[in-house]
Design a protein around this ligand. Structure first.
Ligand SMILES: Cc1ncc(COP(=O)(O)O)c(C=O)c1O
Length: 429
């Protein structure tokens, strides 16, 4: 092409970039053809109507993407990521060679074909709704390599259900969770050498859904991007030498409130916890114990669900956690602990409101035995100290001969790493 003509073309592109937006944000797998063919048909349905909170998401598979459409583009040798030493892993610092992307474009009929591709940066319009109104959500689950060398996921269906509930709350498109599990399975299979050959490390899976529509206006986005990235991880955070954590309960800050989104895994729940966590750290604590209301109800600890073990009024050992009242994330670990422990005959298991007054009373009476946090990232985190107002409360968690937290942790790890066969673990490779 003569130089002058190409200069004119470059100038035209520069001046008309905005008109190319639709083209730029579409990848080769977008369904132009299918769209043309269905042009005569009625408009695709918008997101399904919101059901009452806490019900199962109303998903109709016709509007989901399909794992059968998955397209795979493998990384070239120069695109492979350097593999870290096991001792350097930390949490979420390294990423694998591939990622999964599924675009959603309302104008093009909704969900597009899922693609696995070499890990890459995202290119996102500065006006994308996710960047301004936190129209986004994320999930966290893990792939575990067992001693039999098989790779397992732990109850991924529950993560999918939670993801869809968060999507509904934020006006993001919902999808069929089984289809995403199949896509994630393929992604983990492709990057399977990144699943650590160790029982102290795992491959953390981070599905994320963001509203990408590049317009101001607080409305359900017309376009979105679902992506999944993988990160080999070891310890989530530092503990004291005995493996326990110290937590600080500040009654002046709340993580969630009734009618809010404490029960949804949306990014806007996490950014605002940083200042309080840093303040707790300055006072020598590892995490924040999130309280709510005039009775100082215990809700969660850091990014974990909270559990307490104590001797109840009947003289029995009881494992308790606060009920799912909208302030609390319905943790997969929480639910699994409740289900597993309720089969143990020597333990009473209860969901009940727990207050700081009750913690202090039980502790003074010598009936409080243990406190611990539970979540996918940490599994179980025993708590040995609680800072509250002017008090520094010692919790005898690490002094128990046969602590419940250890039994719970051993049981979960045995399922996750395949020491015992259990329906919670799904073998994927
Ligand atoms: C606020 C909060 N609570 C609890 C949990 C534990 O949930 P799960 O067991 O599903 O990891 C998490 C982690 O996702 C969390 O962020």
């Amino acid at each position: 092409m003569p130089l002058r003509r190409s200069k004119v073309l470059v100038k035209w592109i520069f001046e008309n970039q905005h008109k190319l937006q639709t083209v730029r944000c579409c990848s080769s797998s977008l369904r132009y053809k299918e769209l043309e063919e269905s042009a005569a048909q009625p408009e695709p349905l918008a997101a399904p109507p919101s059901p009452a909170p806490n019900t199962r998401p109303h998903i109709s598979p016709e509007i989901s993407f399909k794992s059968d459409d998955l397209q795979v583009r493998l990384a070239a040798p120069y695109q492979l990521q350097p593999k870290p030493e096991a001792g350097d892993l930390g949490f979420g610092k390294f990423f694998t060679d591939h990622m999964l992307k599924v675009h959603y474009q309302r104008q093009l009929g909704g969900w597009q074909k899922p693609e696995i591709m070499p890990f890459e940066n995202l290119s996102i319009h500065p006006a994308a709704k996710a960047l301004h109104y936190a129209i986004q959500l994320f999930e966290g689950l893990k792939a575990y390599r067992g001693r039999d060398d098989k790779i397992r996921l732990f109850r991924p269906d529950l993560n999918m259900e939670r993801m869809n509930l968060a999507a509904q709350r934020s006006g993001l498109p919902t999808f069929d969770g089984d289809e995403l599990i199949r896509c994630i399975t393929r992604l983990v299979q492709i990057d399977q050498e990144w699943v650590p050959h160790s029982e102290t490390s795992t491959l953390y899976i981070r599905p994320t859904l963001i509203g990408t529509e590049p317009t101001f206006g607080i409305q359900a986005p017309e376009s979105a991007l679902l992506f999944v990235i993988l990160s080999p991880v070891s310890a989530y955070y530092k503990t004291s030498t005995d493996g326990a954590v110290s937590i600080y309960a500040d009654p002046n800050v709340v993580r969630a409130f009734p009618g809010g989104v404490g029960n949804r895994k949306v990014g806007s729940n996490y950014g605002p916890t940083i200042e309080a966590t840093a303040r707790a750290a300055k006072m020598g604590h590892h995490q924040v114990l999130w309280l709510f209301g005039p009775d100082h109800e215990l809700t969660e600890v850091g990014a974990m669900n909270i559990f307490m073990v104590y001797i109840n009024d009947q003289g029995d050992k009881q494992l308790s956690t606060p009920p799912l009242n909208g302030l609390i994330l319905p943790g997969v670990t929480r639910r699994s602990i409740l289900e597993l422990a309720s089969q143990w005959e020597d333990l009473t298991v209860k969901e009940e409101v727990l207050t700081m007054k009750r913690v202090i009373e039980l502790n003074q009476q010598g009936r409080l035995l243990e406190m611990f946090g539970a979540g996918t990232a940490v599994v179980i985190s025993p708590i040995s100290r609680v800072g509250f107002l002017d008090e520094d409360i010692s919790i005898p968690t690490m002094k128990q001969a046969q602590p419940v937290f250890q039994r719970v942790k051993d049981t979960l790890l045995a399922i996750q790493y395949g020491h015992i066969e259990h329906p919670y673990a799904r073998i994927i490779s």
